[in-house]
Design a protein around this ligand. Structure first.
Ligand SMILES: Nc1ncnc2c1ncn2[C@@H]1O[C@H](COP(=O)(O)OP(=O)(O)O)[C@@H](O)[C@H]1O
Ligand SMILES: [Mg+2]
Length: 237
């Protein structure tokens, strides 16, 4: 479904991604792992077209997309829930959701999408008119994911959905992601907690200093000495 190869990405003179590559099959849940500053968000932003790679290519559903503007990539079926949610704090829940249905294909199905989304997130029903900034962190994360779904994606990418949330809320978001996946949406998410990430994901990629250094199934990565070295400060071997 998604294939990115040889991505080199820089902010001005500061190169962040070095030959990064990733492949995701239809129906998978894939996580991007790596310490702070490894380049996970930069990679996701490049996949969704917010950043343009210096070299390399991104293909989505058989089509090259790395030269397309981000809004065109959304219309192709890829939706990106940004790091730190980025809701409009002084708009209502409903207004935030509707902004996710921007491209014509999504706008046409807006009411249907809202019904579907309120089935996944029942609390949204009573909160339609509430200003986004008055919601709890977990609720805001759910609105951000729901807004991503309003674009009717085939691939949903979520940057750190669990950041700063209490364990009980983390479990609610895990359940929501599983539900979305069960509805037929492929998922890529970023998470720094290895145990949590690999419990949800089928497969993962590990980034270190801007390179995709490791890739494997969740059981393989949980066993990996390299993963222990990077994340637990343990000794390899
Ligand atoms: N807009 C930006 N301008 C310059 N440097 C940036 C920008 N965004 C991120 N970086 C740098 O790129 C590196 C990777 O950042 P990021 O992709 O956010 O990592 P991660 O998501 O893995 O924590 C970091 O060194 C960060 O400081
Ligand atoms: Mg990040």
């Amino acid at each position: 479904m998604l294939r990115a190869e040889g991505l080199n990405v820089a902010y001005g003179d500061f190169q962040v991604l070095w030959d990064a590559s990733i492949r995701v099959g239809e129906g998978e849940i894939v996580c991007l792992l790596g310490p702070n500053g490894a380049g996970k968000s930069t990679l996701m932003n490049t996949l969704s077209g917010l950043l343009k790679p210096r070299t390399g290519r991104v293909e989505f559903r058989g089509k090259r997309i790395d030269r397309l503007p981000a809004h065109r990539i959304v219309a192709e079926g890829m939706s990106h829930v940004l790091e730190r949610r980025r809701l409009f704090p002084y708009l209502t829940v409903r207004e935030n959701l509707v902004l996710g249905a921007h491209h014509p294909g999504a706008r046409r199905h807006r009411e249907e999408s809202l019904v579907h989304i309120e089935a996944i997130f029942p609390f949204l029903r009573e909160r339609r008119q509430q200003l986004a900034h008055t919601l709890s962190g977990g609720e805001q994360q759910m609105v951000a994911i729901a807004r991503g779904l309003m674009a009717r994606p085939r691939l949903l990418m979520i940057d750190e959905p669990f950041l700063g949330l209490a364990p009980r809320v983390v479990e609610e978001i895990v359940a929501v992601i599983r539900r979305i996946h069960a509805d037929g949406v492929t998922i890529i998410f970023i998470e720094q907690n290895v145990e949590l990430a690999l419990r949800l994901a089928d497969r993962g990629y590990v980034l270190e200093s801007g390179r995709t250094i490791l890739e494997g199934s969740s059981p393989e990565l949980l066993q990996s000495a390299e993963v222990k070295r990077i994340f637990l400060g343990g000794r390899a071997g």
